[in-house]
Design a protein around this ligand. Structure first.
Ligand code: A2P
Length: 334
């Protein structure tokens, strides 16, 4: 593999697929040949990689012959349909959808946290949900230091988490509002401009959404800690990029804010922006475009002697999706 690998990006025209192309370039991933795939609607269109126009191909077994690593971000139904075909052609699949995350034979990997899990792969590796990744990054050092017992997490999720249509809808509704016009929601269930929608996807019978249960189940799988109690609320907000999460973490052993600051500052992929006197805390507009997750507002939980409150922000198209996926592929090469 020293001379480079052949890489496929499935969903290359989408928000996560486009970011994947950019991250492969930025991290100088050793791509010998890049093949791009999307829906049949896009066949023949081009995407740009290293300044070169790459034609979108139709998804069929023959097109994956010779591919070493395939990044899939075309949605869960598409991953379920295409991953077996891509596997059969001999490629290893790094999947960014929900299709395989909880499959016990599929590693669910955040490279800073559980790189060892990647070694057990059988041809498919899953990249966690974007909110899960941003939340679990600061949870890991706390868990190692004091054993997590209970987590309450409330997310503020950007529209680009819903793909290119989510971005377009916020932009159109905002521009229409400025002209004094109304726009009916098309992609989201309700208006998103100047609004908050406390439901990312469908509700289960217990009143929790699928997104909320991903945060619960995936966090436990990544931390290999099935007993952590997790109470999630996920909210779509009128922000283009970056997911922010307000977290209360209760540990068996008390972790003071000073200790937590030290733990966060040392953990790879985490950065500390926590200076209340200077009004310094992470915000989406400052974190957008960065690969690290940023933590601030670190303080004791007033309601629990072993609880800690903090605020974490991550670019969910980068660390929450594409960067994490490319890091997984780097583990495969390494
Ligand atoms: P297309 O642009 O042709 O619709 P996003 O998450 O930003 O909405 O992007 C979704 C990505 O998944 C796009 O690249 C989209 O391609 C692709 N996609 C959607 N449906 C399919 C499908 N049935 N087969 C392959 N790719 C698909």
């Amino acid at each position: 593999m020293a001379s480079g690998v052949t890489v496929a990006v499935v969903g290359a025209t989408g928000a996560a697929g486009q970011t994947t192309l950019r991250i492969l370039e930025e991290r100088k991933f050793p791509v010998r040949e890049l093949r791009a795939f999307a829906s049949e609607r896009s066949v023949g269109k081009t995407v740009t990689f290293r300044g070169e126009a790459i034609r979108i191909q139709k998804i069929e077994a023959a097109a994956f012959k010779g591919v070493d690593i395939a990044f899939c971000s075309a949605g869960s139904a598409q991953s379920k349909e295409y991953a077996p075909l891509i596997r059969k052609a001999g490629a290893t699949v790094v999947d960014k959808s929900n299709a395989f995350r909880m499959d016990p034979t599929v590693p669910l990997v955040v490279p800073e946290i559980n790189p060892h899990a990647a070694r057990r792969h059988q041809g498919i590796l899953a990249c966690p949900n974007c909110t899960t990744i941003v939340t679990v990054m600061p949870l890991k050092p706390l868990h190692d230091a004091g054993r997590l017992r209970r987590v309450i997490a409330t997310s503020y999720q950007a529209v680009s988490g819903a793909g290119v249509n989510g971005i377009a809808e916020l932009r159109e509704q905002t521009l229409a509002w400025a002209r004094g016009e109304a726009r009916e929601p098309r992609h989201f269930l309700h208006r998103i401009a100047f609004n908050l929608i406390p439901a990312i996807d469908r509700f289960g019978p217990d009143g929790y959404t699928g997104e909320e249960m991903k945060l619960v189940n995936e966090t436990r799988k990544i931390l290999e800690a099935p007993d952590i109690l997790i109470s999630p609320t996920t909210v779509r907000v009128p922000v283009f990029t970056c997911h922010s999460i307000a977290v209360t973490a209760e540990t068996e052993e008390k972790i003071t804010p000073a200790r937590a600051r030290d733990l966060f500052a040392r953990f790879p992929g985490l950065r500390l922006w926590d200076d209340p006197a200077q009004n310094r805390y992470p915000m989406p507009v400052e974190v957008e475009g960065q690969d690290d997750c940023f933590v601030g507002r670190i303080r004791e939980d007033l309601s629990s002697p072993t609880g800690l409150n903090f605020w974490v922000v991550g670019d969910q198209l980068r660390k929450g999706a594409a960067t994490n996926a490319v890091q997984i592929a780097e583990l495969l090469l390494g």
